[in-house]
Design a protein around this ligand. Sequence first.
Ligand code: CO
Length: 481
Amino acid sequence: MSDAMFRLGFDSPNEEIQVDPLNFKGKFPSWLKGNLVRNGPGTFRVGEQTYRHWFDGLPMLHKFTFSGSQIAYANKFLDTQAYQSAMNEGKIVYSEFATDPEWTLKDRIKNFISPKITDSAKVNVTKYGENYMALAETPLQVLFDPETLKTLGTFSYEDNLVGQMTTVHPQFDGQHNQAYNLVTRFHQTSHYQIYQLGPKLQPKRIASIPVKKPSYMHSFGMTPNYFILTEFPLVVNSLSLLFWLKPYIENYRWLPQNGTRFTVINRDTGEIDAHFEHEAFFGFHHINAFENDGELIFDIAAYENPDIIKAFYFDQLKSPEAKIPFGKLRRYRLPLQKGSIRYETLSEVCMELPNINIQRANEAGYRYIYAVSVNPNEKMNFYNQLVKVDIQGKHNATWYQSGCFPGEPVFVPRPGASDEDDGVILAVVLDENSASSFLLLLDAQSFQELGRAEIPQPILFGYHGAFFNANQDQGETQTHD
Ligand code: CO
């Protein structure tokens, strides 16, 4: 990665701005009405200090409002304890994913007695009923106002926040009414817990599975009848988290000899239905899961090992020799009665930050996955193209432009569409040539550009976002728009 590229995507703090409308070039889909809200780091710098890893940083929300003919843009830092302390004290005060504050021994003892839990909810956004929430792997989720992006307060699944982690990928039921999430509680005997969360934000624990050494799981699978935990052998000794001598993720150990274990939990009873042992691998994202013909089938972006986490340290990203490991699409089949586990690699294409048409969640015949990818012709240690993977036809499409670095593609279906890919793809793209970012609109069917809206600054590389429809919410209630 070039120095300029690194500076634009990982180093230059973003300004809070509002632009209405953004300068747009191209053809605007007049049916596209609503808000795209994206989450990610707004800065990696605090005073003289810098975070160490792409998954650190202080969170900023970005909102693109589509009104049928134009796009308004606004962004705002989440006004969290971690943000306020950093601004007031001019240094990193809270531990993040791979960065600890510069602690003295006294600080460490203080943190052991009364741990400071970060509320840097920077990884994703979602909506429960009328509640918009910025999501973190740490227990504090942050509520925000979708109009002003102002921070409203926090939510947690349990009162005792110490020794608890969750995922930023809750799963929703078919009516989009109840959400489910994995909350791992670290203790002498740790537990994987599944919580159900309705529109009124009253969490209900529906499963609790004891585990000796919890796995680092960024997501999980869900079908109409089952939860699937993919326990990669990247595991932690809970005591090590309790003493916290190193940043969070560095307490985890890769033990490939243990293999990966799939734990299938019955959604009705909350009990384990089956365990499956398999060779070691790693992944962040479950993509889709379904039940078909006596099998539990799920797709996942899989890696040979967790080196991808190392690849996102800034010293690696800055290194011209570094190469990013490729996540590849694997389909796992677990027999619901008798038989053995099978998998196949469905595509050799590099994919990460995968998305689908969520209306096709749990559908056996779903066909398309949209993701960031690496152009094989470029020597690159970061994502530099978008890909549309066709699971059935194998006719993949790509969007690539020299010097451009797209973030997560979000699919928005056209109202009334029947084809799975009838809609648009929205992605924030960093353009090295203009030293700024733009919002890219692609026709999801042809994967050709519809247009782009210029943002008057480079936006640091973010993680996940969601589109909130202005006309009908994702199935359930009216939005404020
Ligand atoms: Co994720």
